[in-house]
Write a protein that binds this ligand. Structure first.
Ligand SMILES: Cc1ncc(C[n+]2csc(CCOP(=O)(O)OP(=O)(O)O)c2C)c(N)n1
Ligand SMILES: [Mg+2]
Length: 343
């Protein structure tokens, strides 16, 4: 099927420089991420995996951002909800399932980190740790390296709005602003930090904080894939042109509980969650594709079946894979470990 010949009409995605095939691919990754999260939540409830933190409701912005970056050269510092992002830059469901099952073959950490702590040299995903927002100064460091080495890559970092109140965000942003570094800082404002609603976390807009650091800050609808794509694309153009950082606040809603250990109905109502399901970016994207004449229910059902099969295979593979050996606990901890620090 040649998707580029399906329509000669110009739609919003064409105006932004995205082909019909690319915009369909975006939707595929969004749906894959949604199904991956749903599968992991079930696996946790079935006692197959220990823990899961989902990105349900955040896939749209994550995948759209990935499509606006250079997936061959940029450096990525995602946070724990970014399954859509890491899959869109090349991590496979099998690799992520190996991580969820904490198996030795997990490329992120050999099954020793909590899931959601992404890391891949191959994909230039910089390994992160659990204290939130530590990845911001790290991303700024990568951007400093790009500037010092006169290379045209950018670094892209994400985190939640609650985390934007940590000192690391402010210190990293200030340094990036002073040195006009090629970093894109994207806050996924899902309106909760565990049980704390956004109005108890912030009295202003996160995006406005960029003013104090001397670079642009914009707020976008995180449920609108094309709006996020346009914002990140422009931020990347500015970054490689030497114009410095951009702060993007993508507005969304955390549709799932904070994690599989959380009962969200202890602090928010079912009605509030249902109201936000109506704004789901994934459903919006599907409707957009249908309106453009690029998609229909039959294709959607075929895609869903294909993704389910892919996830089933990934799950079975990870379930059957061996656990790490207890004696490997200290691998990569000391410089002279058995791997010679090569992995
Ligand atoms: C420095 C630090 N403090 C507290 C925690 C515990 N913690 C983990 S996630 C989280 C909430 C973060 O909320 P937000 O930044 O909005 O991200 P979200 O989970 O909503 O995506 C907290 C407090 C942590 N991991 N690190
Ligand atoms: Mg949040």
């Amino acid at each position: 099927m040649n998707l580029n010949n399906m329509t000669s009409k110009q739609y919003k995605h064409n105006e932004l420089g995205l082909s019909d095939g690319q915009v369909i691919d975006m939707y595929k990754y969004m749906l894959l991420a949604r199904k991956f999260d749903e599968r992991c939540m079930l696996l946790q409830r079935a006692g197959k995996i220990n823990f899961h933190v989902s990105g349900i409701g955040q896939e749209t912005a994550q995948v759209a951002a990935a499509f606006a970056l250079d997936r061959e050269k940029d450096y990525f510092l995602p946070y724990y909800r970014d399954y859509g992002f890491v899959m869109a830059v090349g991590m496979t469901p099998r690799e992520l399932m190996l991580s969820a099952f904490a198996k030795a073959e997990d490329p992120n950490s050999g099954g020793r980190q909590m899931p959601g702590h992404f890391g891949s040299k191959r994909l230039r995903i910089v390994t992160g740790s659990s204290p939130v927002t530590t990845q911001v100064p790290h991303a700024v460091g990568f951007a400093l390296a790009a500037k010092m080495q006169k290379k045209d890559f950018v670094s892209f970092v994400t985190f939640g709005e609650g985390s934007s109140n940590q000192g690391d965000f402010h210190e990293g942003s200030n340094f990036a602003g002073v040195h006009k570094l090629p970093v894109i800082i994207m806050v996924e404002n899902n309106q909760y930090a565990i049980s704390v609603p956004v109005h108890k976390q912030l009295s202003g807009k996160v995006s406005d904080r960029a003013l104090g650091y001397g670079f642009p800050g914009i707020r976008v609808d995180g449920n609108d894939a094309l709006a996020v794509y346009a914002a990140v694309k422009e931020a990347r153009e500015r970054a490689v042109a030497g114009e410095g950082p951009t702060l993007i606040e993508a507005m969304m809603y955390r549709l799932s509980p904070h994690s599989t250990s959380d009962n969200d109905l202890a602090y928010r109502t079912k009605e509030e969650v249902e109201e936000n399901w109506k704004k789901d970016g994934l459903a919006k994207m599907k409707q957009y594709l249908i309106d453009c004449g690029l998609w229909d229910e039959e294709r959607d059902a075929d895609l869903a079946a294909q993704l389910s099969m892919e996830l089933k295979e990934a799950t079975e593979y990870a379930d059957n894979a061996p656990f790490p050996k207890p004696e490997d606990t200290l691998l990569h901890v000391y410089a002279d470990d058995e791997s010679g620090g090569k992995q």
